[in-house]
Design a protein around this ligand. Structure first.
Ligand code: NAD
Length: 420
């Protein structure tokens, strides 16, 4: 048995390029060498020929520490896609056909399969008390069914209501009469490491309640909603003091209207087009569209408009937001883009695009990356708002930047060259 240090070239998957990583410990067992990189959280098994290493690792896997224990708050359409995705992608390999729709099979040293949901909270009658595998398909959820999820053994517990359900949403649900659980105690008992907040977008008090519960239970917090938590300096300080990671706010879909809009604007800027004005408006069904059309309309519009302005290096009238709720559209969303600009010699350019996507599945892959990156931060003892992960996967991060720079930040964070 031997121990040593060295360097291993990683051929990475996807957009981010990890060129090399140090392995801090290696252990020879028979004809294989097991290299552990705490920097990237990887272990690699490398076949030996005599005492020589073959260049390519024959297996590479995360150093598993009982998976990543996650609690989901709000078992709506995004939570449904998240849980279905864990089943659908559980055996996916990097660079394989089944990778479709997923950014990374392995991220921050963890496979999708390492993510375990250990607790779930909701307040509505149709979901509380059910196994998570059933609750994700309960009314009013209307996301597509793309995986058969076996029973999880995780029962949806009744959390605290606060402002989670307003009068409009009340037309779709009934609040459970079951007693509320002690959320902090429930998080601790489940051994939760990361709380993922998927409440309705305008549930401000409820989101703050769960952020505090995460802090009190010693869990990291990922805020999928547009309520300012990670981007709020006071919350960020509280998490920093307790050395607990905080990520958010407002998920930026894998390929949703914000990402497409930002990329088109970047392209136009790079090709010398002067963008004079642009709007992007969404129409959708589902409970969240109802919430963002009525209660959360102006907040959502502010978050989306300021996200796209990051990719334009000058001021121009930009508007992005939800414009209507159409109940029969279910979880699908139509986005309309309009961009007006000037090219060479002042020649006009006008772009009109309509995109149709399904909401829930668009948010889940980014959440998978956020959860795995957050776990890496926990392992490194990093607390407070994680700037890189937040800018990479969320529309209202604590440190807003261009999409390109956000990806470089994440790359540096994963390689240990950047703390947060
Ligand atoms: N692609 C996307 O869908 C996308 C993109 C960006 C951001 N988001 C954000 O993700 C969040 C979740 O979206 P969704 O489509 O799943 O919403 P949803 O309305 O389908 O689900 C919200 C869930 O929260 C539950 N809830 C309400 N109050 C609660 C409380 N006090 N405690 C526990 N549970 C409570 C509801 O019963 C419901 O099950 C929203 O804030 C949305 O803005 C989603």
């Amino acid at each position: 048995m031997t121990f040593g240090r060295g360097k291993v070239v990683l051929h990475n998957i996807g957009r981010l390029n990890f060129v090399e990583c140090d392995f801090s410990q290696s252990q020879k067992l028979g004809k294989v060498l097991i290299c552990q990189s705490w920097q990237l959280n990887y272990s690699m098994v490398i076949k030996l020929k005599g005492e020589r290493m073959l260049e390519e690792p024959i297996a590479r896997e995360a150093i598993k520490m009982n998976g990543i224990k996650v609690a989901l708050v709000g078992i709506g359409n995004v939570a449904s896609a998240f849980v279905q995705g864990l089943e659908y992608y559980k055996n996916v390999k990097s660079n394989s056909e089944e990778l479709v729709g997923l950014g990374y099979a392995d991220f921050a040293g963890f496979h999708v399969n390492d993510i375990k949901v250990v607790a779930a909270f909701d307040v509505v009658d149709s979901k509380v008390g059910l196994d998570l595998a059933d609750a994700i398909f309960a009314s009013p959820n209307n996301v597509m069914r793309f995986a058969e999820v076996p029973k999880t053994g995780v029962k949806v517990q009744k959390g605290e209501l606060h402002d989670g359900v307003d009068d409009m949403l009340m037309s779709l649900v009934t609040i459970s009469t079951k007693p509320e659980v002690d959320v902090v105690k429930a998080l601790k008992e489940a051994g939760t490491e990361i709380v993922v907040n998927l409440l309705p977008g305008s549930a401000e008090n409820a989101s703050q309640f769960y952020a505090q519960a995460a802090l009190d239970a010693g869990c990291a917090f990922i805020n999928g909603t547009p309520i300012p938590i990670a981007s709020d300096i006071e919350w960020s300080k509280k998490f920093e003091e307790k050395k607990i990671p905080l990520v958010g706010d407002d998920i930026q879909d894998q390929l949703g209207s914000t990402v497409l809009h930002r990329n088109i604007l970047q392209l136009l800027v790079a090709r010398g087009v002067r963008v004079d004005k642009s709007y992007q408006l969404d129409v959708g069904g589902g409970a969240e569209s109802l919430d963002s059309h009525y209660r959360g309309r102006m907040r959502k519009r502010g978050v989306k408009s300021s996200a796209i302005s990051q990719d334009l290096p000058y001021d121009a009238p930009l508007v992005a937001g939800s414009s209507d709720y159409v109940n029969f559209m279910d979880n699908s969303r139509d986005s309309y883009f309009y961009i007006l600009g000037r090219q060479f010699g002042g020649a006009p350019i006008k772009i009109d695009i309509r995109m149709e996507v399904t909401d829930g599945p668009n948010a889940a892959p980014i959440l998978f990356d956020a959860v795995r990156g957050t776990k890496l931060a926990i392992r490194r003892g990093v607390g407070g708002a994680l700037e890189s992960l937040s800018a990479y996967g969320f529309k209202m991060p604590p440190a807003p930047t261009t999409m390109y720079r956000a990806e470089r930040w994440v790359e540096e964070f994963l390689l240990g060259k950047r703390q947060s």
